[in-house]
Design a protein around this ligand. Structure first.
Ligand code: ZN
Length: 210
């Protein structure tokens, strides 16, 4: 199983002592992702470094609470894959996430989302998967492992029946509303013919390739 390390950084101080709540929630979310993906048949042997900071690296977008920069060379050997998270205090400044007030469970889910990116990056069987393929993995992991009461609140706020198939999961649809994409992708995952089989179809490049 993947080894998780957490480090905390600020703008002025590359490393300082972490807020215990940040570390605890980030580690719990990371473990949620690892256990879920392991149970889905993913290789979870990579090493993941979670960097908690008051700002994300420049490649991140202003509304994102976390960032994973593709680093598949971290899948082999001892190099860690870096996942970046805003500190919980910064994340809370968004007030809402997925249209509900931010609470501990959502910070844990943010960590699960980003760690799922790191693990699935090591499991794709081909180069350069599409953004929607990568986000499907991260959102499904995040919602599957989320506290059920919190997940139920989010699903109530974003009604829908889930995507019917991969023709509805284009890059454009993802970009238009990433959160909506996440909720609808999770509902798609729950449909009887999808689930684990669909995750492996994505990894093999059989679906969501354009
Ligand atoms: Zn993502």
């Amino acid at each position: 199983m993947a080894r998780i390390e957490v480090t905390c950084a600020t703008k002025d101080q590359p490393v300082h002592s972490c807020e215990p709540a940040d570390v605890k929630l980030a580690c719990e979310g990371a473990n949620d992702a690892i256990y879920f993906l392991n149970a889905q048949g993913f290789n979870t042997a990579n090493r993941v470094l979670i960097v908690v900071a008051h700002q994300l690296p420049a490649a991140g977008t202003a509304t994102a609470g976390g960032l994973y920069l593709d680093s598949p060379d971290g899948c082999h050997g001892d190099r860690a894959q870096a996942v970046h998270l805003l500190s919980y205090s910064e994340f809370k400044k968004f007030k809402n996430w997925f249209h509900i007030p931010i609470e501990d469970a959502l910070y844990r889910s943010l960590a699960a989302h980003e760690v799922a990116h790191a693990i699935s990056d090591c499991n794709f069987k081909f180069a350069r998967p599409t953004i929607q393929a990568k986000e499907y993995m991260a959102y499904v992991t995040m919602f599957a492992t989320m506290a059920p009461a919190v997940r139920a609140r989010i699903l109530r706020k974003s009604p829908g029946h889930g995507y019917e198939g991969d023709w509805q999961m284009s890059t454009l649809i993802y970009m238009a509303d990433p959160m909506r994409f996440g909720v609808q992708a999770y509902r798609h995952f729950l449909k009887p013919d999808n689930g684990r089989r669909y995750l492996h179809a994505i990894l093999a490049g059989k679906v969501m390739v354009e």
